[in-house]
Write a protein that binds this ligand. Sequence first.
Ligand code: ADP
Length: 417
Amino acid sequence: MILTINCGSSSLKYQLYTTDLSEVVAKGLIARIGEDGSYSDHKAGGRGEKVELPVPDHKTALELMLASLMHADYGVIDCPAAITAIGHRAVHGGDVFVDSVVVDDAVMAQLRACVGFAPLHNPCNIAGIEAAMRLFPGVPNIVVFDTAFHQTVPPEAHVYALPYALYAKSGIRKYGFHGTSCRYVSQATADLLNWPIEDMKMVICHLGNGVTLTAVDGGRSVDTSIGFGTFGGVPMGTRSGDFDPSIIFHLVNQLGMSLKDVETLCYHKSGLLGVSGVSNDMREVTTRAADGDERCRLAVEIFVYQIKKTIGAYAAAMNGLDALVFTAGIGENSAEIRTRICSGLGFLGVRIDEATNEVARDGYPNISAADASVATLVVPTDEERMIAMDTLRLTPDHLLTTPRGVSARGYEQARPL
Ligand code: ADP
């Protein structure tokens, strides 16, 4: 069985797949780690339970996960050795990791060296790997980096026009995020259209709480909207996206804000929330905008405008566009936002069928109008499956051929969730 682990700053998400990845046999969320009101929510084949309990750290969270997986009533394994391999999501791999890797001492040392790039996230990822190594002795751990897919972005797109030494000596450059989602969705798009990915130019719009647009040419990321940290690019739920950096000096020097306050403002008080003044949730902002709230209307307009502009820029960067793809919470669920982004992109050949757009998702991914020259699709992302696929790819063959079904309670012939 393949286990995926996604340690966020205050949460742990996990999924357990059969080794052929045909079924998810268990999944869970442990939320509010290190905070009041922490809880564990575990599901397995229609069973499981949600319990409130103290979860002081990620180590405890992994112990709870293992206890749920081995639970007497709703557990799906009898011992940790039933797990063939574990895949971990890591947010930042610097410019060292261009692909997923099997964890060893050198990888752990390099992960620690990247902590400065993602101080909120990488320490949690490291804590998760360390706990997994202890709880699942002898089971290989694979790390899948959000930044790895964007390591193909060429220098003219990833080097900032700052003194070159900052790039060469201090690693100041565009890294990009949501690479795992983007890689999954771009391959799924090529599969859905039955086109060789090598011949396709796509823009992937990952529109969730975090927003990333990526230009994918021939299956390789050639530009992406988020840059060095995680608030650049286009506006997000609470993050600003790009703005003139001189504003930061003005906030500090003229308005007397501390740098810490400016950081909080850019990451947590901007974007949809900052402009609307009411919410970072697109559902609420669009509903209020429809009811006549001017600031909500403006927040949506800014969101749509910046995305539309970036799609045009990426079509120019790639000298063409074959597919425009929407994914993640907003991209998959909001027909209104898709319509607004696509309107005005007719000059590129983007035209959508409104009726299909309204019902778009798994069953109707292709929302292009008959006369469109660009295929527009809605493709649900599945970062966990991409992590599981990489984990399977990097697991040594001899571990995959050893029968392990005895300790997996027969779940290798699993029931779907
Ligand atoms: P995260 O980046 O946290 O994984 P998600 O991909 O879950 O985020 O996306 C969260 C966003 O998706 C929120 O802004 C939410 O309002 C939006 N969203 C979810 N469902 C809908 C919907 N039906 N219409 C509009 N927005 C939606």
